[in-house]
Ligand binder design. Structure first.
Ligand code: FAD
Ligand code: NAP
Length: 353
């Protein structure tokens, strides 16, 4: 999807035929991944177990390999896990990191390290299989915002996934679920629908919508636009999208350009963060268009945000408040109250992660 990009963002189409599953734009898909066999093999070697050992998982007895493959999270570390590990390992270094005063040092230690790194740094040759799995958390499903409208793609569900890959401590790492999806193309994917009643298109098709979705945040907005197109909704549509570079990261670029040309997208603002010296983000584009954006809000537009929760959604929120203050000639306090009012009236909706 993004050839030449230094990111790996993929578009997936899953077939729902005969599954009985249906969904609405704004819903998410929960995916239940299994762990990668190579990751399990490397972990078993580091722990000093074969995988043939029998373990009890709840009421069921199974091989350690099967337990690791389907039932437990084997990579990302948690503080609790390090604590449990150190009850056995009794390492002075880990003990110090676990001290409440060293919270930041612990976070730094955990960043980029996985369970295998604990066993490589603090070998536990005596650990039996059942004790080993007692250190593990159950495998958690991952949610993905649905990128398609079921009316536009009957029996299909589409996803936009940033595949997590990075190097950590001399080893190539990959996100469990995003890489599972990338490596299992063509196979059946265990999944379930996760409805989100708090992130829906307005029932009234005439209501304008403003969508802010950089990176994979574009996903639900592709679904929204498709749905509005198929329903012949007359409300205006405005999309703010951004990513690293126009040439390599314009996700769904052809579709979006054609929607703009056809007038389905009344406004399309693009922010390419790495195509010039200084960063340009979606919130900069919002500020450039502040008068128009304020006028849409005055017309009753719903304001949607999707994507990164940690930085992007917070900065977009700040930009929105600034626009309300500047264009509505309000004090900071009044602008805050105005935006809170939007949230109360369900005109400011977020799907962030
Ligand atoms: C409601 C919702 C909707 C979502 N929608 C989407 C979507 O549409 N598209 C999408 O791609 N994702 C989406 N996500 C995120 C998705 O659920 C997963 O969290 C994401 O795919 C990563 O999962 P993973 O199993 O691949 O990675 P994991 O195995 O969970 O690994 C991720 C962990 O790896 C570590 N890590 C990652 N990068 C680095 C690095 N550079 N250096 C060191 N450590 C690192 C961090 O500890 C991070 O927590 C959504 C999440 C939610 C809650
Ligand atoms: N490990 C990897 O290789 C890798 C790669 C991509 C994404 N991810 C992870 O995958 C998840 C989803 O990725 P994604 O594609 O949705 O998004 P993303 O890659 O995190 O970002 C998409 C766009 O948003 C920009 N951005 C960064 N900070 C911002 C801010 N404060 N406000 C507004 N825009 C901002 C980015 O710019 P800049 O990046 O130029 O600052 C980029 O142009 C994220 O959690 C991300 O951490 C991991």
């Amino acid at each position: 999807m993004t050839e030449g990009s230094d990111k790996e963002t993929r578009h997936f189409e899953l077939c729902l035929k005969d599954s009985g599953m249906d969904y609405l734009p704004g819903d998410s898909l929960g995916v239940l991944p299994t762990n990668c066999p190579e990751v399990i093999a490397a972990l078993l070697e580091a722990v000093g177990l074969t995988g043939q050992e029998q373990v009890e998982v709840g009421e069921t007895s199974m091989s350690l390999s099967e337990a690791l493959s389907n039932h437990f999270a084997c990579t990302v570390l948690s503080k609790m896990q390090i604590k449990k590990f150190n009850q056995i390992a009794q390492s002075e270094k880990l003990g110090e990191l676990l001290d409440v005063a060293n919270k930041e040092a612990l976070m730094e230690y955990m960043w980029g390290r996985e369970l295998i790194d604990l066993f490589l740094e603090f070998p536990q040759s005596e650990m039996d299989a059942q004790t080993f799995i007692s250190l593990l958390k159950p495998m958690a499903p991952r949610l993905y915002s649905i990128a398609s409208s079921l009316s536009a793609h009957p029996d299909e569900v589409h996803l936009t996934v940033a595949v997590v890959r990075y190097d950590g401590y001399g080893r190539e790492r990959k996100g469990v679920c995003s890489s599972y999806l990338a490596e299992r193309v063509g196979e059946a994917i265990p999944c379930y629908l996760h409805p989100n009643k708090n992130f829906k298109l307005p029932e009234d098709d005439k209501v304008p919508i403003i969508m802010v979705g950089p990176g994979t945040g574009i996903a639900p907005f592709r679904a929204f636009i498709e749905e509005r197109k198929i329903k012949g909704a007359t409300g205006k549509n405005w999309l703010f999208f951004g990513d690293r570079s126009l040439n390599t990261d314009y996700l769904y670029g052809e579709e979006l350009e054609s929607y703009k040309k056809d007038g389905l997208l009344n406004e399309l603002d693009l922010a390419w963060s790495r195509d010039q010296q200084e960063k340009i983000y979606v919130q900069n584009k919002m500020m450039e268009q502040k008068a128009e954006l304020w006028s849409w809000l005055q017309e009753g537009a719903i304001f949607y945000v999707c994507g990164d929760a940690h930085r992007m959604a917070k900065d977009v929120d700040q930009a929105l408040k600034r626009i309300v203050a500047e264009e509505g000639s309000m004090s900071e306090e009044d602008a805050l109250a105005w935006v809170k009012g939007m949230q109360r009236e369900r005109r400011y909706l977020k799907d962030v992660y």
